[in-house]
Design a protein around this ligand. Sequence first.
Ligand SMILES: C[S@@+](CC[C@H](N)C(=O)[O-])C[C@H]1O[C@@H](n2cnc3c(N)ncnc32)[C@H](O)[C@@H]1O
Length: 239
Amino acid sequence: MEERLIDEVKKKKEFSGLPDSVVMRALEESGDDVKEARALLRKYFGVFLTNRVLKGKGGLLDVHISSKKRDYNKFYSEIFEGIRDVGSVVDLGCGANGFSYEYLPKGVDYMGVEAAGQLVDKMNGFFGNKDLSARAIHADLFDVDSVVGILKKAKKDRVVFMFQVVDALESVERNFSLKLIGEIMKNCEALVISVPLVSLGGGKKFAVKRKWLMDFLEENYKVEKDFEMFGERVLIIQK
Ligand SMILES: C[S@@+](CC[C@H](N)C(=O)[O-])C[C@H]1O[C@@H](n2cnc3c(N)ncnc32)[C@H](O)[C@@H]1O
């Protein structure tokens, strides 16, 4: 029964590449109403799964809503300035970020974890063509065991990115991001979190609302760096 409903939701092309667990959560929330589940998914993933993203050819950094504002050269220089040893980067909810591989420190392993299967396929195509030490993995960040499994296998020193994903996670389950960060910090050497300073629709400064996140990070870890760039606030966290 459940599988049939999941398949039904996934008949719409934009949702066909999502993990079943993500679709199942939307169905649960909608009381097994397929239309309502699609509406929820559209609200949640809609801005990331636009036609330009799904049909775009080649690099998608200019098209994806979160990456298009960044100058990756400057962005990564600022981030990696204070992080000396990097064996791998694990990018959680990576969107189209895999296409920025060439701007990362030379020779690092890159693993992007993303729910949108279409983006995962495009990034893997790009990595394969260029023979890069990089891979995109199709997974749901709510599957904490799977995230921890990826981190345990990654090469040390492991730097984890969580760029603009906290809001998405929090909109599904309040305080889930704190639980996830707790597990990540047991299995990495540095964590880089970014949050948008303006809402995705533009406008109002959001920074003040993130006191709960800052308090949690400051109480439990060391905030090594805290800066603003290209409309986002970036925090580098170490143990
Ligand atoms: C605002 S975008 C940020 C993308 C990228 N991190 C960046 O900053 O360029 C959020 C991304 O998280 C992904 N995402 C949201 N929920 C997810 C989940 N439960 N599991 C895996 N990926 C998820 C979305 O598909 C989307 O690509």
